[in-house]
Unconditional design. Structure first.
Length: 269
């Protein structure tokens, strides 16, 4: 009976993985196909579509802009969401249901509505249709992705005991948050950072409505090629996925290196 149950689980997981991987693999194959409409496999292979994508004058510009917006959203999330979540868990537990509700709102507000609201409210220089307004909109849009992993990590540790112990040793609030709490909730911080980066890097609606051509991001370029040549668009999709994957690994690597000195400092104390 257990063996049948294990086989069923393996089959179920295999079907799910296959279902998730087939579109990704198909996009990769289509991005190097010369023609693919008469058989299961492409009739030929080429890197011409990648060459067209790389040689486009806006390729490097849009990629840089997307990096700026994505990393800015991650940094803003770390600076605002993490301290706020910690403060609510330790000092204002009665406000946690309200904060949970506020963090659900971005899921219920369409990106189009959020973008139009920001444009109408902040219709004055220097914020009007500026990259700063775009970053602010992306921070609002991605707040739940940073808040939920951090909140879950805080609930998984004895945050009150850690805070009281650090206070008894003479640490201030900033030292407690950076040297005591952050190392203990690092998995949640990393998960939130990766989710925010991936979400903002692929965000099209906010970028298209708020800044448009004045601060063009990578998804806007991808959508433009979708209307012109699907093969180049597939190549751009592969590049976008690969860049996001490499950036995620870089975040994990930097965080892993930064954790060792932090643990050594805590051990020395």
């Amino acid at each position: 009976m257990r063996q049948r149950h294990s086989i069923f689980q393996i089959l179920l997981i295999g079907l799910f993985v296959t279902y998730m991987l087939i579109p990704i693999i198909a996009t990769y194959v289509f991005s190097v196909a010369t023609k693919w409409d008469a058989s299961i496999l492409p009739e030929g292979y080429t890197l011409e579509w990648y060459q067209i994508a790389f040689e486009h004058p806006y390729f490097s510009i849009t990629l840089t802009n997307s990096f700026i917006v994505s990393f800015s959203a991650v940094i803003a999330g770390l600076l605002f969401i993490v301290p706020t979540t910690y403060w609510v868990h330790t000092r204002l537990p009665s406000a946690k249901p309200l904060l949970d509700m506020l963090m659900i709102l971005p899921f219920g507000i369409p990106a189009v509505v959020l973008a139009l609201a920001l444009i109408r409210v902040y219709n004055f220089a220097p914020l009007a249709r500026s990259p700063l307004l775009l970053i602010s909109g992306c921070v609002i849009f991605s707040m739940p992705f940073m808040y939920r992993p951090v909140s879950n990590s805080l609930m998984a540790i004895d945050v009150h005991t850690l805070t009281e112990s650090a206070l008894n040793l003479g640490a201030n609030t900033l030292q407690i948050l950076v040297r005591v709490i952050a190392p203990n909730i690092l998995p949640g911080i990393l998960s939130g950072s990766l989710l925010v980066f991936a979400t903002v890097f692929a965000e099209f609606t906010l970028a298209n409505l708020i800044t448009g051509a004045s601060f063009k991001t990578f998804p806007i370029l991808l959508v433009e090629f979708t209307k012109q040549d699907g093969r180049v668009a597939a190549a751009l999709s592969v590049i976008s996925f690969t860049v996001a994957w490499i950036a995620s690994l870089a975040i994990l690597w930097v965080s892993g290196r930064g954790r060792k000195p932090m643990e050594e400092a805590l051990g020395a104390r």
